[in-house]
Design a protein around this ligand. Structure first.
Ligand SMILES: [Zn+2]
Length: 155
């Protein structure tokens, strides 16, 4: 069976989410892909607890890593793959970085800021509106989160 590059990118993001869960973090993972080469520029999972940093979401860490590597505050020509709908903070960072496309897994009615809540990219103040594709590997992304929170409740 040949796997599409799309599946492998979301699979890379899911691997980051699983690694985050193993660290006791909310299982969300993200990868940034250079559209021209297909190369993964950065990959990260949540590290909010580890870094004592409420901004250390997977998307923010991946954006920081790619920007540092490129020596630029903008990432045109890059796509972000993330297992959960980005929150408003991450959506603002995605717009600031001028990321071209956002592919996300599970929708997040509670904290999402793209299809829910602040709907950052639809806001007149948005500097940049990426193309957004949601619901990819939604079942697996959501199952990871459910398992994580079920485990936490047992503690
Ligand atoms: Zn976020």
């Amino acid at each position: 069976m040949t796997r599409s590059p799309f599946a492998s990118r979301m699979e890379a993001a899911l691997a980051q989410a699983r690694a985050a869960a193993a660290r006791g973090e909310t299982p969300v993972g993200a990868v940034l892909v250079d559209r021209a080469t297909g190369e993964i520029r950065a990959a990260a999972g949540n590290r909010v607890r580890e870094l004592h940093d409420p901004t250390a979401h997977a998307e923010i860490l991946a954006i920081r890593e790619a920007c540092a590597a490129l020596g630029s505050e903008r990432l045109p020509g890059h796509d972000l793959w993330v297992t959960l709908e980005p929150c408003a903070m991450c959506a603002a960072a995605i717009a600031g970085a001028r990321i071209e496309r956002v592919y996300f897994g599970a929708p997040d009615p509670k904290s999402g800021g793209v299809e829910h809540g602040a709907r950052v990219f639809d806001h007149p103040q948005a500097h940049h509106r990426p193309e957004v594709y949601g619901g990819l590997a939604e079942t697996e992304s959501a199952a990871l989160l459910r398992a994580f929170f079920a485990e936490r409740r047992r503690d």
